[in-house]
Design a protein. Structure first.
Length: 282
């Protein structure tokens, strides 16, 4: 599924954090193939360097920059490098994020007997793990936006897209910190949309539903390839009856970055979830 949905981003500079991940690598490819010059930001060098080689081999413009979104000084350095290499940022995709096992419970419902067996409960959640989840998902978006939105002020056609998740609408079991952190991303999206509404910057978010990727395969599939119990719950609660494909997020992405198509759209959190957020379970 290689479409640009009629969006021409020639001359635009797109900065993508978390570009080495499954979803944001797809976003990076889509933006580059629509004509944008793409800055690939990632905490680990190898994945973004591989992606850079792939895109440049296609004759597209992309450059990798190793960067931790929690290091504001490094973000400022990278901003200066991008301005010199590609130009000032027009589109910012805040895709860096993730969970920490130390901030997750081992059971969906509190059970005293299971707790006695050593299964991790709410009372065992690790303070450092919780802080790490909120820092990465919320503070990482805030700091990156502080740095790159400077180049967008007063310029035509600039936009920011944050990556929220389904757990921002309704918290998922076992992951209280991750759910809370993504809810904060959705809230920050709305706050930024209002704050920058008269400065020429639109701010929106995409909330992916459930996608089966290498990163979450162990949670969704047993070693023999059969679905886990959690997969069964997800599919049962998704009216379309399947996982999404990363490329199915491209339509939402290209709509939101297209100034003609979405010039009056700001402050929205757009679910791409196969109906999950609309289904009550009854």
């Amino acid at each position: 599924m290689e479409f640009n949905f009629g969006t021409d981003l020639s001359g635009k500079v797109a900065v993508v954090t978390g570009a080495g991940g499954v979803l944001c690598s797809v976003f990076s490819k889509t933006l580059a193939r629509a004509g944008a010059k793409v800055a690939l930001l990632g905490r680990t060098a190898a994945p973004i360097e591989t992606l850079e080689k792939e895109l440049t081999a296609e004759g597209l413009t992309a450059k990798a920059y190793q960067c931790n979104v929690l290091d504001k000084a490094r973000l400022e350095e990278v901003r200066q490098m991008i301005c010199g290499d590609l130009g000032p940022c027009d589109i910012l995709i805040n895709g860096a994020g993730g969970n920490d096992p130390k901030a997750s419970t081992g059971m969906e419902y509190y059970d005293e007997e299971e707790a006695k067996k050593g299964v991790k409960t709410f009372f065992d959640l690790d303070e450092d793990g919780i802080r790490a989840v909120f820092d990465l998902n919320y503070l990482g978006v805030l700091l990156t936006t502080q740095v790159f939105a400077k180049d967008m002020i007063g310029r035509q056609g600039c936009s920011i897209i944050n990556i929220s998740l389904m757990n921002a609408f309704t918290p998922l079991t076992k992951i209280p910190a991750y759910s809370g952190a993504k809810a904060s991303v959705s809230n920050l999206t709305q706050w930024l949309a209002v704050h920058f509404s008269r400065a020429g910057i639109r701010v929106n978010a995409i909330a992916p539903g459930f996608f089966s990727t290498k990163q979450n395969a162990a949670l969704l599939w047993n070693p023999d390839g059969t679905p886990t119990a959690r997969t069964g719950k997800i599919i049962a609660a998704t009216p379309m009856g399947r996982f999404g494909k990363p490329e199915e997020l491209n339509g939402a992405l290209m709509f939101l970055v297209n100034e003609e198509a979405s010039s009056f759209v700001t402050g929205v959190v757009l679910p791409v979830d196969g109906g999950f957020s609309a289904y009550s379970g009854v």
